[in-house]
Design a protein around this ligand. Structure first.
Ligand code: ZN
Length: 106
């Protein structure tokens, strides 16, 4: 490994650079943090164009699916029984679309 400040070769066991004295970043803290297992960014329930809770519209908007197709598939899954619970969970998990802040032209 090499010093990130002066570029001189470093002893892996040392905590400071022997040439410039810069602290050597080592260990798990130097690596970037792993992404969260479930990133729900850009997934929200729109306030308009919703039928029940906007869950179908949320997935259709997020993944570019056809809204009517998503609704038909969701209705079929809900009729089978377990889908209704999944819909309720998605209703709770997916946040509502934030209110659009009106821009003042003046
Ligand atoms: Zn150095």
């Amino acid at each position: 490994m090499f010093c990130s400040r002066c570029g001189s070769r470093l002893d892996p066991t040392s905590r400071f650079c022997s040439s410039c004295g810069a602290p050597i970043a080592s260990g798990p803290s130097s690596s970037p943090p792993p992404p969260p297992p479930f990133a729900a960014d850009n997934l929200f329930r729109p306030r308009n164009n919703r039928m029940i809770a906007g869950v179908c519209a949320a997935f259709a908007l997020r993944y570019g699916w056809d809204l009517n197709l998503v609704r038909i598939v969701t209705a079929l899954i809900c009729l089978s029984g377990a889908g209704a619970l999944a819909y309720l969970i998605a209703w709770i998990i997916i946040p509502e679309e934030p209110y659009a802040v009106p821009t003042n032209p003046i």
